[in-house]
Write a protein that binds this ligand. Structure first.
Ligand code: DOR
Ligand code: ZN
Length: 334
């Protein structure tokens, strides 16, 4: 059995920089036509020059593959409407991190005050620049996304013309928010569709499934599955594949992030097939994102085949999700 996907997109991807970028970019470039690249480098990507230089390094790391990096700019309170106008042709979104809530988010926003930040959000609305948000407070780990719901509602109501992407949603409340607020959209990861908190800490601790936001309950996962499997038009695939060296994962003080890029399409095909929803995968991994972001990436066909393979223990010494496990579908060509 074969499945051909047209121009699959990963709308939330961490590619890092330097050697890590060189090691991991090829996996996304092989399986996807393009991806929205996160800007939480050290230092974060905050200038037009940094965006363009980073894009060049990404393309270099992708070699000959047909792959379009859509780069997101790291939200700074100091941005002016004039700067945003100049940045617009080079960026695909602006990523807002609340200060200190996740990897390299120092320098994020301390207080998301819709009054103080209104010139930025108004300009983004006018220019049609989507706002991507890491929606977590610094509260109790299982409640952080739910608590952030109030901020999403305020942003959505105050700036109705702003396209707001709730990144990597993990709760049933976030799924509900999408339905009630016209300008809210969401990315959903592979891991949040497949795991719950049980898989992370319910048995022996699995550092390779530790991420932010942390995987939640079975009920939350069921809500995510319903909208993803039915390719609800306001959700799209964003892997949040976030590679870290083994030394930063298998240690005390484990870094947050699941490295899923090399297995993402195979695992998604397996999941959608098992649930009898294979025909909806095209919309979830491409069509919805193209509409939400209003982008037309160069065409690329990616063919999958129902042939079992075993996920290696590591890809370029980075441990992937499902290392050592069997997956039913393989990517066979572009
Ligand atoms: O688990 C995560 N890892 N969540 C994030 O928000 C950031 C990411 C990373 O950059 O490692
Ligand atoms: Zn991320």
């Amino acid at each position: 059995m074969r499945l051909t996907l047209q121009t699959p997109l990963d709308m939330h991807l961490h590619l890092r920089d330097g050697d890590m970028l060189k090691n991991v970019a090829k996996y996304s470039a092989r399986d996807f036509a393009g991806a929205l690249i996160m800007p939480n480098l050290t230092p974060p990507v905050t200038t037009i020059e940094a965006v363009n230089e980073y894009k060049k390094r990404i393309l270099e790391a992708c070699g000959d593959e047909n792959f379009t990096p859509y780069v997101s700019l790291f939200f700074k309170e100091s941005y002016t409407p004039r700067f945003l106008e100049q940045a617009k042709p080079f960026i695909s979104s602006i990523k807002l991190y609340p200060n200190g809530v996740t990897t390299n988010s120092e320098g994020g926003v301390t207080d998301i005050d819709t009054k103080r930040l209104s010139p930025i959000f108004e300009a983004m609305s006018e220019l049609g620049i989507p706002l991507c948000v890491h929606g977590e407070t610094d509260g109790f780990v299982m409640d952080r996304e739910r608590e952030f719901g109030a901020v999403y509602r305020k942003l959505s109501d105050t700036f109705p013309k702003l396209t707001i992407i709730m990144e990597h949603i993990t709760t049933k409340e976030s799924v509900e928010l999408l339905k009630t607020h016209e300008n809210l959209y969401a990315t959903i990861t592979l891991h949040h569709l497949l795991i719950t908190l049980d898989d992370v800490v319910g048995g022996l601790l699995n550092p390779h499934l530790f991420c932010k936001p942390i995987a939640k309950t079975y009920e939350d996962r069921a809500a995510l599955l319903t909208v993803a499997l039915n390719a609800h038009e306001k959700v799209m695939f964003g892997s949040d594949s976030a590679p870290h060296p083994v030394s930063k994962k298998e240690c005390c003080g484990c870094a947050a992030g699941v490295f899923s890029a090399p297995i993402a399409l195979s695992a998604l095909a397996g999941l959608f097939e098992k649930q009898g929803k294979l025909t909806n995968l095209q919309a979830f991994v491409s069509d919805n994102a193209r509409k939400i972001y209003n982008i037309t990436p160069p065409k690329k066909e990616v063919v999958l085949e129902k042939t079992e393979w075993t996920v290696p223990a590591a890809f370029d010494s980075v441990v992937p999700m499902f290392a050592g496990q069997k997956l039913a579908w393989s990517v066979v060509s572009q």
